[in-house]
Design a protein around this ligand. Structure first.
Ligand SMILES: [Cu+2]
Length: 654
């Protein structure tokens, strides 16, 4: 009996102190709250029918966005804990152990469970509408992608209160993370959760590649596609080349840990540097996976709010493709100090700097798009414009880091930390907010409040720069990343304090954003037109939110900025008056993606704790789901004409 209690105390980490108790308490409260609300308002059936079983790309997109915002909260809390710990010399607010866990989960969550779902959410929200089709190529697979991500995120987050978080850094380099030096389930959580979400991401890449290749409305040639769709196309290609490499690296490391092989252990004949190469062969392109879609959506936003077509369309496309190709030949810049020699380091230094050229082309094109445009500084536009100076600082310091001899100095210092936060926050997070303000009416039929949006933007913009600009100097002053405290007398104290103040301002900005969501849901302006910004691309042609089938009649595209052209010519989205509707073929909802992903979760938990029976149970369950699916012959239905007429009439489109 005593043994069991001891085990449970250790397993649920009750011996770890108040931070864990508080988390447990909050998790229990939140879970109970959700159950009570769902039961009280009789929403269980609605939740299952409308959301958990949906294969509608728009709803899947919304679920991705909600998950991304929740993970921004979790990852942001990690960030604030770290900044609190570093605010002053000799702080002991967090122990070294906890600090390690928190910077590991901060990085992992922000990249894999915040940035990724945010951009994939936008893929889902916008792409099928922009290319004038009714869903993605494989709607059922799309639901699987989402639920795999969702359960992987759940598994990863569980590590905080069950068994212990990973603590090997978000890059998880061996030999440190091999069993010998890092026992316990933490690192397994990392390997298993990333593998599961990675499967979903690869499927998403395939899905959107095929969707864009095969499902474009008649007349939408490649060179008439909206810039955002172009960026998703290019990004999907990068995903298909990059993510399988990550999958291999994680699998080999997991086999090392769970089954005692020696892929990456030197004294068993393995090579830890091999992991580092594989990791960054994915990791560098990954930064373009999360920035190219932002470049695409910025192009849409800047063109819409300048009321002009994008300047240099072909150059924008070519530069995106060039960035994609170059992104695969720069990975060694993450370990110039490995000692590969001057030839190799020079090659990777030059190829890294070369990316500045196509990126510069894009910046100039955005500026020329605004030139002589009728500019409208809506919140979405502010966030997109905010990317330009911030990302520029990130990009230019990136060129500084790309000089191998100089990198020997900056390597693993706070200069690097400041650099990549300028690209990832100044680029991706600013872009995600831009996209949220831009597409919010399309997603929910409601506009976010502009005044609160401006407060959100400026608080975040100022907080972000106060937080990260001083870190360049901390880097020059010799402060290295991942140190949990530092002595007084180095002169780092005040600079760190300033940085921490900036971080908390960003936290305030996040609260303003959440308040804006709640306020707007209740009092916000409803979007009755479907086209609140006088948009240019086809997603603005349909109602907000779009009907289940997106378009009653598939539009015919006659040029770039298809919807803008149609408005110029006074054409209706439903074609000339009197064109009859025809029944629309749509996929059925299915609970299997949810159930199958839950079984993946069970299998994953088995791998984390090395409970093989659990792993086998989950795996067999997954196989049964797949077999069931292959015998499912009736997975779609027709929407009758009367229903389409009713929907279109209600939207005032008859
Ligand atoms: Cu890189």
């Amino acid at each position: 009996m005593h043994g069991v209690v001891n085990w449970a105390v250790h397993f649920f980490m009750l011996d770890e102190g108040p931070l864990i108790w508080l988390s447990d308490f909050l998790i229990i409260c939140a879970s109970l709250g959700i159950v009570v609300v769902l039961t009280k308002f009789r929403l269980w059936k609605w939740l299952w029918d409308e959301w958990l079983t949906t294969v509608d790309h728009k709803k899947i997109g919304i679920m991705y966005m909600i998950a991304a915002i929740l993970m921004l909260f979790r990852g942001g809390t990690d960030g604030l804990l770290m900044r609190a710990q570093l605010a002053w010399p000799n702080m002991h607010f967090l122990s070294a152990d906890h600090y390690d866990q928190i910077f590991t989960t901060h990085g992992t969550i922000m990249i894999l469970f915040m940035a990724m779902p945010a951009i994939i959410g936008f893929f889902n929200v916008a792409v099928p509408l922009q290319i004038g089709c009714r869903d993605v190529a494989f709607p059922y697979l799309n639901a699987i992608s989402f639920w795999l991500f969702f359960f992987a995120a759940l598994l990863f987050n569980l590590s905080f209160v069950v068994g212990g978080s990973p603590d090997g850094g978000w890059t998880s380099y061996p030999p440190y993370v091999e069993n010998q030096f890092d026992p316990g389930p933490g690192e397994n959580y990392y390997l298993v959760a990333l593998s599961i979400t990675g499967i979903g991401t690869i499927a998403t890449g395939i899905n959107f590649l095929v969707t864009i290749l095969r499902m474009r409305a008649p007349g939408m040639t490649f060179m008439r596609m909206p810039m955002f769709t172009w960026s998703v196309f290019v990004t999907s290609v990068i995903i298909l080349f990059a993510f399988p490499v990550l999958a291999v690296a994680l699998a080999l490391l997991l086999i090392d840990r769970d089954f005692g092989s020696h892929f990456f252990t030197v004294n068993g004949g393995g090579a830890p540097m091999q992991y580092v190469n594989l990791f960054w062969f994915w990791g560098h392109p990954e930064v373009y996976i999360v920035i190219l879609p932002i470049f695409g959506l910025m192009s849409e936003v800047i063109s819409t709010f300048s009321h002009k077509r994008i300047f240099g369309y072909s150059a924008m496309v070519v530069s995106m493709v060039a960035i994609a190709i170059l992104s695969f030949v720069t990975w060694v810049h993450h370990f110039f100090t490995m000692g590969a020699g001057p030839g190799v380091n020079s090659f990777f230094g030059v190829s890294t700097m070369a990316i500045a050229i196509p990126t510069g082309v894009k910046v100039f094109n955005w500026i020329f798009t605004m030139h002589k445009g009728r500019l409208e500084f809506k919140t979405a536009m502010l966030w997109s414009l905010g990317v330009i100076p911030n990302f520029l600082i990130g990009g230019l310091t990136g060129v500084m880091l790309a000089v191998p001899p100089a990198d020997y100095q900056y390597h693993n210092s706070y200069f690097l930390i400041a650099h990549f936060h300028y690209t990832l926050i100044g680029g991706t997070v600013f872009g995600v907010f831009s996209g949220l303000y831009y597409w919010w009416p399309k997603m929910f039929g409601v506009l976010l409040n502009e005044k609160l949006g401006r407060w959100h933007f400026w608080t975040f913009m100022i907080g972000f720069n106060i937080c990260f600009f001083p870190q360049f100097f901390l880097g020059f002053m010799g402060m290295t990343r991942r140190m949990y405290t530092y002595p007084a007398g180095y002169g780092w104290g005040v600079v760190n304090l300033i940085s921490t103040i900036g971080a908390f301002l960003m936290g305030v900005a996040f609260i303003i954003f959440v308040y804006n969501i709640l306020w707007s849901a209740r009092y916000g302006e409803r979007d009755t037109t479907g086209d609140p910004w006088d948009g240019r691309t086809l997603e603005w042609a349909t109602t907000s939110p779009a009907p289940h089938y997106n378009f009653a009649i598939i539009p015919t595209v006659k040029g770039r900025d298809a919807w803008w052209l149609m408005k110029q010519n006074g054409e209706s989205i439903n074609g000339p008056k009197g064109v009859p509707f025809r029944p629309i073929h749509m996929p059925n909802n299915s609970g299997r993606p949810f159930i199958m992903s839950a079984l993946f979760f069970i299998m994953g938990a088995g791998f984390v704790f090395q409970w093989w029976i659990l792993a086998i149970v989950g795996f067999v369950g997954v196989l049964i789901c797949m077999a069931q699916r292959s015998f499912e012959y009736d997975d779609s239905h027709y929407i009758p004409v009367e229903e389409i007429e009713k929907t279109e009439a209600a939207a005032g489109r008859l």
